[in-house]
Ligand binder design. Sequence first.
Ligand SMILES: C[S@@+](CC[C@H](N)C(=O)[O-])C[C@H]1O[C@@H](n2cnc3c(N)ncnc32)[C@H](O)[C@@H]1O
Length: 208
Amino acid sequence: MEIDAQKFDRIARSVFAPVYPVIAGQIIARTGVIRGVCLDIGCGGGYLGAALARTTELFVHFFDPSPEMLAIANRTIAENGLHMRADTMQGEVSSIALPDASVNLVVSRGSIFFWEDLTKAFREIFRVLAPGGWAYIGGGFGSKELKESIESEMTSRNQGGDDFCVKVRQNLGTEMRARFETALETASIASCTILHSEDIGLWLIMRK
Ligand SMILES: C[S@@+](CC[C@H](N)C(=O)[O-])C[C@H]1O[C@@H](n2cnc3c(N)ncnc32)[C@H](O)[C@@H]1O
C-alpha cells in the first residue's frame, strides 16, 4: 500500500513530533549503541533517525523506497545540520544495498506493517548487522500518555471516525506479534526479544 508522503509528513511533523525523541531515548537506553553506523528502515521524513543522531555520534543511513519520503528526509538532515553524519538510500527492506556485517544499529518505526515478506526482511536485517549489533523494529508512540493524546487528536481530525485507532490496535496487537514470532522462527533468528505493552507498543529487538 502506497503512503501519501506529504499527508503523512504533515502529521509526523506535528501530531507525532513528541514521539521520536522519546523512542530514540528508549532505543539508546536498551541497546547502548551511540557510535558507528545506524540504518533507519522506512525512515519516512527521517525524524527517528534524526532524533538518534542528535543525541549520539551515529552516522545514519535514511532508507526508504519512496523518493518523496527521501526528499523530506533530506530536508530533515539539512534542518538538523547532519549532512556530515547522514545520507539517504532508496530501497526496500528485502534488498538492502549495504555489505554484510556493516551496521551497528538498525531502527525502524511504523514501517514493518507494510513489509510483504517478514522472513526475508528479518534475514536481510540480520545479514547487514555487525557482530554485537542491535535491531529495534516495530511501532509505538513512546508512552501510554502520548498514544492516548495522539489517538484523541487523530480522532478529532478525522471528525469522529476512529480508523486511526482501529489501525493502531491491529498493528500493535497480538496477531501482529504472532506474525513477528512466526517469521523470526522461519528465519531461524533466535537472538531476539519482543517488547509488547500498552506503554511501549510492539517492538522486536534483535541482537547479533
Ligand atoms: C508509516 S511510515 C513511517 C515513517 C517513519 N519511520 C516514522 O515513524 O515517521 C512507513 C514508511 O515505510 C516505508 N516502507 C514501506 N514499505 C517499505 C519496504 N518494503 N521497505 C522499506 N520501507 C518501506 C514507507 O515508504 C514509509 O516511509
